[in-house]
Write a protein that binds this ligand. Sequence first.
Ligand code: 3HC
Length: 325
Amino acid sequence: MYAQMVISEATNDDPAKLEAFQARVDANDKIEPKEWMPEGYRKTLIRQIGQHAHSEIVGQLPEGNWITRAPTLERKAILLAKVQDEAGHGLYLYCAAETLGVSRDEMTEMLLSGRMKYSSIFNYPTLTWADIGAVGWLVDGAAIMNQVPLQRTSFGPYSRAMIRICKEESFHQRQGYDIMMKMAKGTPEQKEMAQDALNRFWYPSLMMFGPSDKDSVHSAQSMAWKIKINTNDELRQKFVDQTVPQAEYLGLTIPDPDLKWNEEKGGYDFSEPDWSEFYDVLKGNGPCNRDRIEARQEAWEKGRWFRDALTAHAEKRAARRVAAE
Ligand code: 3HC
């Protein structure tokens, strides 16, 4: 609550404070929770970090679906470790958001009531084992593309969380690509399964970077505050340029007939995702939206007794401390 008190004391439209704040951001200072910040900066951070944290937790569901179905004990152990990492990523990010004066309970209630999002990609099903490879290769690959620049974001706790998360994310991407290599170099049926997974995850992975820059609602302000370091289209382009050669090495075909190297641009020309599908998924009409929210709702309800016990224990200990003074 301290961060909120500091902010509420200052008049956020105080031009001198705003100017000094912007100068700090422009000088690549790290803004810490107890320092003055514009209310809009705080709200944007809560929105982005909260949704990022929700994405990490909801992102465990499609992969968790395959822990009991993994083809070998080794793959099961690797997938278990990855899914466990994602829980930790969610924890770091909820903790970073809490320094801004919002509680995890509030963020979870906002998620469950549809007032906060999670990444659209997790509303697609994982139908085969090759999907688990495609998720690691493409989804974690896209996440890394987006998260590496966020290590330089202006808000201290977010930037530090990203440094830890990026280290673990690169293992996630590599284990996914390793699955794709095994499948693509395996039997014809396995290769076909890998191609099918690429076909279904390619465009939803491009959507992870957000709408095209011309339609991005928050980019301009988020870039000015260095909450966002690159634009959505810049990162999407980088992801395509990095991923196409990886698909070629696998002997798989990117499902985009218009994909072609543009020498002048020094990158690939590629087809945009179907943005009507993107906004439809954001509205809750994706293949798995209902399942995902129901799973989070159930976990929230079933965990209530545990949260209440923790709170009661903490209150008892606090009361004992006061009595001992
Ligand atoms: N899924 C869901 N919502 C999305 C989205 C996506 N892929 N892309 C954009 N949106 C939403 C935005 O949240 C915003 O809606 P809101 O106002 O209700 O929040 C709206 O679409 C407009 O988009 P903007 O581009 O204007 O919004 P942002 O400036 O916030 O950019 C973003 C979107 C690039 C996702 C940015 O929020 C961001 O970089 N977030 C941090 C990274 C993140 O959250 N990644 C999610 C994946 S985490 C992950 O994959 C886990 C890994 O372990 C696999």
